[in-house]
Design a protein around this ligand. Structure first.
Ligand code: FKS
Ligand code: ZN
Length: 679
């Protein structure tokens, strides 16, 4: 099993810079690399990574995307004087050449290919390459937007050719559209290309119609090109997250990539002069962690843009932390996507729904009457103030101007707030069998004998009717000490086997008594939940297999009553992206409790994905209570951060999908992150 995070950095790639006055190119400076690397050192991240060496790419490799004529032209710049370099550069759009450009472009590509080799040969699990020049704008015979050779596009073709990789996902989170990458693969169904970008209805560079949401690929590649054009500046954490949850992740899971390449530009982060967006550095840790369960963890992150050095370097560090498996800081603040983002996401889903099962079911089927439009977004005519999504927009604009006043001060205090320490131990066990293969990697926690009276006191006033059950008392004797350890930050997560599923509700109640301000309880299976837990706004309960006849009366107790009960793997993932994670992100729990019944029609591997993904919510604090002991091995492995294999085959059952569509409709007044359409 591959482990470790590779890191590529090489000073040689700093040996070119702009030699004349050319304002559009002045932001692409060598310090982008040194500042990022220094910050990684400062946080002690460099020494935790595996250093990978750089090499120059060969001509043959460059030709995986570019024409020989173009390569020759670039080669000729190595001996040009400034005047010649100028003339040459002006043949292209917003790019400059330096006598070292050709060498650096070969190193930048070589570094990317070294990372791909290391990941594909399992020398490391994942990694990041700090490179320049960037690549995603360059095309077959064209340099563009600071880019000379298209590192990521070539890397994709290289992986196909060298390793026979059949499906590659390219995630381009740079704030500019990687049109070069799009053009390279527009007819190729083996590459799923996703890009979000500042667009402003074509007013923003590179001002192409090709960047709009309706450009979905051509020929056999139709449906494999995903553009998310942002039509406003100021997009932030909630907007990016919504794009991941409602567009990228469902499509990526359906696509099932064998390798993921990230065109990682951090000009989409707050404070960047080009992007003018609002996402804070820890957002990139979330994006990274959300991608990590795919492709068996094979994730290569390659630097593209990023021009605010502070924002760039903090974001790079956040990305590397996530790659290393560190707990990701919670996304704080109101998780409400703005109207413009919702509109874009809705358009993207609409054009792609004919190609992807996971996008087939729309909320709009339930909102045909015209009144719903006002209802859903809380818009009252003449009073835009009452609209959360447009408020979100306003707030962002204020944020941009405030933040720009003293960016470093803002960042200092922000980073102080969000940086989290990982507990000394990762995964704890209480009273699980001795035969487990990973036993030595886990912390053993002593169980306690606990009496009915004690429980009554511990869960102060909670409903104790069930406590006559001897098994339940035994389980709580394991669960409570584990919750103590997690809330005291002595261990990050843990597993307990409990024959009775009712223990989940008691666990949640106990957590709030010992100090967790908010808890998410996700129950997979039948269990009674005491009314005091159902009614408690601190505890968000979602229950799959909730009793059919239960009428939901609360925004905090949500039974998902599915009609079909076998092979639920696809349905569960669908529910996770479209429903469970959005609600949970908005709830901002400090602890997640997942209770898994036996024989629930969900494969162990799917549960591994679930536990991995749920860890984005609560700095990795998750307690898994499993009814079946044979799941423990898989659960531990997932909690320890091992790579997960693909969930296959999975189907989404219409009946079950429609249950969620209906629930979303009912709940999106209260849970704003559920909004992904403006119908
Ligand atoms: C200055 C206009 C600059 C060119 C923008 C190029 C962006 C390059 C990038 C890359 F990742 F490639 F580096 N126009 N106001 O960030 O996408
Ligand atoms: Zn960019």
């Amino acid at each position: 099993m591959a482990s470790g995070t590779g890191l590529i950095n090489n000073e040689q790639m700093m040996s070119y810079n702009l030699l004349w006055d050319y304002p559009v190119c002045s932001i692409e400076i060598p310090e982008r690399l040194s500042t990022s690397y220094e910050k990684l050192k400062y946080y002690g991240l460099v020494e935790r990574c595996i250093p990978l060496s750089v090499r120059e790419a060969t001509e043959e490799e460059i030709m995986l995307v570019h024409s020989l004529d173009y390569i020759e032209a670039v080669k000729s710049t190595a001996s040009m004087n400034i005047e010649e370099l100028k003339t040459f550069s002006y043949n292209y759009n917003d790019v400059y050449f330096h006598p070292n450009s050709y060498l650096c472009a070969k190193m930048s590509l070589g570094a990317t290919l070294q990372l791909v080799d290391a990941v594909m040969l399992s020398r490391v699990r994942n990694g990041m390459a700090l490179v320049r020049p960037p690549g995603h704008h360059s095309q077959k015979s064209e340099a563009c937007g600071f880019c000379v050779f298209n590192n990521v596009a070539i890397a994709a073709n290289y992986a196909k050719k060298t390793y026979g990789t059949k499906r590659i996902l390219i995630v381009d989170w740079d704030v500019h559209h990687g049109q070069g990458t799009q053009y390279t693969f527009e007819e190729d169904p083996s590459i799923l290309y996703f890009s979000w970008h500042r667009y402003e209805h074509q007013q923003f560079w590179p001002n192409l119609k090709d960047s709009d949401y309706d450009v979905v690929g051509k020929g056999r590649g139709t449906g494999f090109n995903i553009n998310i054009p942002w039509n406003k500046v100021g997009m932030g954490n909630a907007d990016y997250l919504a794009a991941f949850l409602y567009v990228l992740l469902p499509m990526a899971y359906e696509f099932n990539p064998e390798l993921i390449l990230v065109s990682a530009g951090f000009d989409s982060a707050i404070g960047d002069p080009e992007g003018e967006m609002c996402a804070t550095p820890e957002c990139f840790a979330h994006l990274t962690q959300l991608l990590m369960p795919l492709a068996n963890g094979k994730l290569c992150v390659v630097l593209e843009g990023g021009y605010n050095l502070r924002s760039l370097s903090e974001s790079v560090c956040m990305t590397v932390r996530a790659l290393l498996g560190d707990p990701v800081p919670p996304l704080v603040g109101q998780m409400v996507p703005c109207i413009s983002a919702i509109e874009t996401i809705q358009n993207v889903r609409a054009v792609h729904q004919q190609y992807w099962n996971f996008l087939k079911y729309h909320d709009s089927v339930f909102s045909k009457d015209s009144n719903t439009k006002k209802l859903n977004l809380g818009i009252e005519e003449g009073n835009p103030e009452s609209n959360d999504a447009s408020n979100a927009e306003e707030k962002k604009l204020t944020m941009i101007s405030e933040v720009n006043q003293d960016f470093d001060e803002f960042m200092d205090s922000h980073m102080k707030k969000v940086l989290v320490l990982a507990p000394p131990a990762r995964t704890a066990l209480v009273g699980c069998g001795e035969k487990l293969t990973k036993l030595d990697q886990c912390l053993q926690v002593e169980e306690k004998k606990i009496t009915l009276e004690e429980v009554g006191i511990l869960i102060s006033g909670g409903d104790c009717a069930h406590l006559k059950d001897e098994n339940l008392l035994l389980s709580l004797g394991k669960i409570f000490p584990l919750i103590d350890k997690i809330t005291k930050r002595e261990v990050r997560n843990g597993v307990v086997v409990s024959p009775t599923l009712s223990s989940g509700a008691f666990a949640a109640r106990y957590s709030t008594t010992v100090g967790a301000s908010k808890v998410l309880l996700l129950l997979l299976g039948e269990a009674d939940i005491p009314t005091d837990v159902k009614d408690d706004e601190k505890i968000l309960v979602m229950q799959i297999y909730g009793k059919q006849d239960v009428k939901r009366q609360s925004n905090y107790y949500i039974p998902i009553c599915w009609k079909e009960h076998n092979e639920l793997d696809g349905d569960l993932l669908y529910a996770l992206f479209g429903f469970i994670l959005p609600l949970a992100y908005e709830h901002q729990p400090e602890l997640v409790i997942l209770t898994v019944g036996s024989n629930i029609g969900i494969q162990a591997v799917t549960l591994a994905h679930l536990t991995h993904l749920l860890q984005v919510l609560s700095e990795g604090r998750i307690l898994v209570i499993s009814q079946a002991s044979d799941l423990v091995e898989t659960l531990i492995s997932s909690l320890l951060g091992d790579p997960t294999s693909a969930v296959r085959p999975f189907v989404l059952k219409q009946e079950n999908a429609l249950v969620l569509v209906k629930l979303r409709q009912e709940l999106k007044q209260h849970w704003k992150l559920l909004q992904n359409s403006i119908n």
